[in-house]
Design a protein. Structure first.
Length: 144
């Protein structure tokens, strides 16, 4: 039985849909949600930055906002912990899945297609390829 689920969260609709889906599952089995927000390093956001990490105060602010947003979304319906780390999202998700000994990853996807998929790839796709546990993808409908 799945008792510990990792939910990578970027606070966009696909991530929020994945969080809601995972929360319903955890509510049924009485497990724990491990919610992970990965903050890209500066050089991942803009190649002109040479520094690797954001200032500690910035990361602390992101951590506080992430915890508040997850608390607002979950309304204390399930047991959860929020983790905020810096790095490359797909690699961090896979590493945390191992470190936290989760049994399932639930990740939202924007379902890019065509040139966007080719140019940018997909965090969900990379996680699926390298995850040590099963991965459920939650596709969020495109607005339109």
């Amino acid at each position: 039985m799945v008792r510990r689920i990792l939910v990578p969260m970027d606070f966009h609709p696909p991530g929020e849909a994945a969080l809601a889906w995972a929360a319903r599952l955890v509510q049924q089995v009485g497990g724990t949600l491990e919610v992970l927000h990965v903050v890209p390093r500066l050089h991942q956001l803009d190649p002109f930055f040479r520094a690797g990490s954001l200032p500690a105060a910035t990361v602390a602010g992101i951590r506080a906002r992430a915890r508040a947003r997850v608390a607002d979304l979950l309304k204390r319906r399930v047991h959860y912990r929020v983790h905020v780390i810096e790095g490359e999202p797909a690699a961090c998700i896979v590493e945390r899945a191992v470190g936290l000994r989760v049994e399932l990853i639930v990740i939202g996807t924007r379902a890019r297609r065509g040139a966007a998929q080719f140019l940018f790839g997909s965090v969900a796709q990379k996680v699926i390829q390298h995850a040590p546990v099963p991965v459920v993808t939650i596709r969020c409908p495109r607005p339109g």
